[in-house]
Design a protein around this ligand. Structure first.
Ligand code: PMP
Length: 304
């Protein structure tokens, strides 16, 4: 990822991609406290546009606030910077990664006294779980690792340290020949994927787990609006792993994963074992919205 042309916004300036480096004694590298976002820009009917830029930027500032990190730029600057990296890298559809981290001024658990840095990179990134996954669906495994308890790492924050837990779950799933993991919370109820929220469909109704220990996904909130438009009822309640086994359909949502159908969980075929009709409708509505084909959601798009 580091050896390529292009520009990265780094502490207020666009720097050549290869020069966007940091010291090995960077505090965040040692103790895992960095907050970040995953954002996408699409080649939409309105031109290249960032999907839900405001919401992602708000979540970034909320993550920093939770961890008492003071971002040395205001919201408007960070939003403008995200537009600028897309423009300067001449990307028409891409993934955008804003990262807020502590520098190398000090060691020890407390980061107090270390400088807060902000980097924003953007690069072309297709379907996270593969183009085929969007049509055929993926095979997932319930992880033997639990999702963080709500009082361990803070689930409203998109914080780097949480992803050590995600990496364990994802690696276990891949080692067993699956495509992705689903983590249960510490009470044994369904939480989320390693980098996605989850929904199931049963008898035409959409169910999603209570968000307690999961990230408040922005794709998930987009699905809420799109489901309402389609007259699909959503029920939010605790879900057990066997609620998933007997679902008619299941799918993941996330900025990277977009709307990815799940066709198998722990060797149980879900529904017909392919993308279900409700999933397909919501997936289409989602892609219409991100590509500017639904005027009702043009306010979700920020032109670069
Ligand atoms: N849960 C986790 C753990 C994630 O990493 C993500 C991706 N950011 C999501 C859920 C989905 O969030 P969003 O739709 O905002 O990308």
């Amino acid at each position: 990822m580091s050896d390529r042309d292009g520009f990265i916004w780094y502490d207020g300036k666009l720097v050549p991609w290869r020069d966007a480096t940091t010291h090995v004694l960077t505090h965040s590298l040692h103790y895992g406290l960095a907050v970040f976002e995953g954002v996408r820009a699409y080649n939409s009917d309105l031109g290249t546009a960032i999907f839900r830029l405001e919401e992602h930027t708000t979540r970034l500032f909320n993550s920093a606030h939770i961890y008492q990190m003071k971002i040395p730029f205001d919201r408007e600057t960070i939003m403008q910077a995200q537009r600028e990296v897309v423009r300067r890298n001449a990307l028409d559809s891409c993934y955008i990664r804003p990262l807020v981290f502590y520098g190398s001024e000090k060691m020890g658990v407390s980061p107090r006294g270390a400088q807060v840095h902000v980097a924003i990179a953007a690069w072309a990134w297709g379907a996270y779980l593969g183009e085929d996954a969007l049509k055929q669906g993926i095979r997932v495994k319930i992880s033997s690792y639990a999702r963080q308890h709500v009082n361990v790492t803070m689930p409203r924050a998109k914080v780097a340290s949480t992803y050590a837990n995600s990496i364990l779950a994802n690696a276990e799933a891949l080692d067993h020949g699956y495509d992705e993991a689903i983590l249960l919370d510490t009470d044994g109820f369904v939480a989320e994927g390693s980098g996605e929220n989850i929904f199931i469909v049963k008898d035409g109704v959409l169910y999603e787990p209570e968000i307690a220990s999961a990230l408040t996904g922005i794709t998930r909130s987009s699905i809420h609006a799109l489901a309402a438009d389609l007259g699909i009822k959503i029920v939010t309640r605790r879900l057990t792993r066997d609620d998933l086994y007997i679902a008619d359909e299941a799918f993941f949502t996330g900025t990277a994963a977009e709307v990815t159908p799940i066709r198998e969980i722990d060797q149980r075929i879900i529904g017909q074992g392919s993308r279900g009709p409700v999933t397909e409708k919501l997936q289409k509505a989602f892609f219409d919205a991100v590509h500017g084909r639904n005027a009702k959601y043009h306010h979700w798009l920020s032109k670069v």
